[in-house]
Design a protein around this ligand. Sequence first.
Ligand code: CIR
Length: 263
Amino acid sequence: MPPQVALVRGVSPSFARSLCMATPSEPIDVPRALAQHARYVAELGRRVARVIELPADPALPDCCFVEDTAVVVGARALVTRPGAEARRGEPPATAVALRALGLAPIEMTAPATLDGGDVLVSGRTILVGRSTRTDEGGVAWLRRAFPEHAVLPLPVEGSLHLKSVVTEVAPGRFLVEDGDAGRIAWRELLRALPDARPTWVAEPHGANVLRVGDALFHLAGRPRLRAALEALALGLELVELDMSELEKADGGLTCLSVLCTPV
Ligand code: CIR
């Protein structure tokens, strides 16, 4: 069933001070980031029943990356404790919004950490990246919150999150970044899901795509990714989005929303 509600959060006026793995060669253009985010929200709005946009918080530069603050699977929800201390003020607003949707989220407590960007749900399996943001305690919270799923930790080395380098486009079909981080994660993923099939993506950040209903959002300016997606003939509408300013802060397409079905 397609997700019915997308939770998003506005781009903070302090977005230029967001966390970045490497200083971008050009500074973040905040008005442009706002425009790119607005287009993303508009495209989501065409494909879900409702978009809930939480207000940006000037004190939380990374608050638009709402994916990291919650994991929602069916009627179960976990509100995270993000790995970066600067982001620990973000989850309370997400918890309020999820409760308003009728979900009863479990809320993580210290010292465990987990970023939603590390969580990839594939059928009855939850793949979770063990990154610099997500620790063993975070994996344990996932197991507690989603007891009907098998939770499988995967190594994340050299990228921010698991979904920075691996996403699923159809059951058992994954996009994987063709680099060390993608290959290391893929090797372990295959051990657990031996029928899984990869499409290797050479263009940076290209493997981070977002499935919304019958559409697949992908990053603009990646002709080889686009050709590979067309060749997969997934029967999905391909929606190309320019996210240049969000990418400077290591954001992609999954990180800007939490998709859920209200109960
Ligand atoms: C951070 O470093 O936490 C943010 N600048 C980027 C978070 C991106 N989140 C995601 O891909 N799930």
